[in-house]
Design a protein around this ligand. Structure first.
Ligand SMILES: [Zn+2]
Length: 182
């Protein structure tokens, strides 16, 4: 019984550490290259001989459950990047790792604000992909690229409307292009 409790505590602490590490890096430092590694909660658990079931990506059920796979190689993420790139009128987004994603905003139209909005949409996209992954792992909640894309457009709209100088954003026009007002 004691050993079982120790095992559960060990698993929980690793999950919390992994969650804290990635979220704090993304939110507090907002510096995605810092998490450009293949370490994940599951792979760290496996190293400690803890059975975690499938180590496959919970979004596509293929490939390792790693940060690089999740944001760059995952088929769900690739559908998201394709749609977001088209929506923001960017060149096709082809990412081999997370740092590639951080370069994509540079080709945005609309001057300084176009680049700022495109950059933040990429950040919101990373957040929504990460959240979808966690909901699948921790809540067994299945998602799709269409749901993730819908979440991105909604969350980015709220951000832009309330955290930028564009207070009069139109939802209908936003859906056509997030740079329509520039
Ligand atoms: Zn995947």
């Amino acid at each position: 019984m004691l050993n079982r409790m120790k095992n559960v505590i060990s698993v929980l602490s690793l999950i919390l550490f992994g969650f804290y590490h990635v979220i704090s890096t993304m939110i507090l430092h907002w510096n995605l290259p810092a998490i450009n590694c293949s370490h994940t909660v599951k792979s760290e658990l496996v190293k400690r001989n803890v059975h975690v079931g499938s180590v496959h990506c919970p979004l596509c059920d293929s490939g390792d459950d790693s940060v690089v796979h999740l944001f760059a190689a995952c088929s769900v993420a690739q559908e998201v990047w394709s749609a977001i790139g088209h929506w923001c009128r960017l060149s096709p987004i082809i990412a081999f790792d997370v740092t590639d994603l951080l370069q994509t905003f540079k080709g945005a139209e609309g001057g300084k604000w176009g680049k700022i909005i495109a950059h933040d949409i990429i950040m919101v996209s990373c957040w929504c992909i990460w959240r979808a992954r966690n909901e699948s792992v921790f809540q067994d909640k299945k998602t799709s690229d269409r749901i993730v894309i819908a979440n991105i457009t909604r969350l980015a709209f709220l951000w832009c409307k309330h955290r930028s100088k564009f207070k009069d954003l139109s939802w209908e026009n936003w859906l056509k292009s997030p740079l329509y007002m520039l």
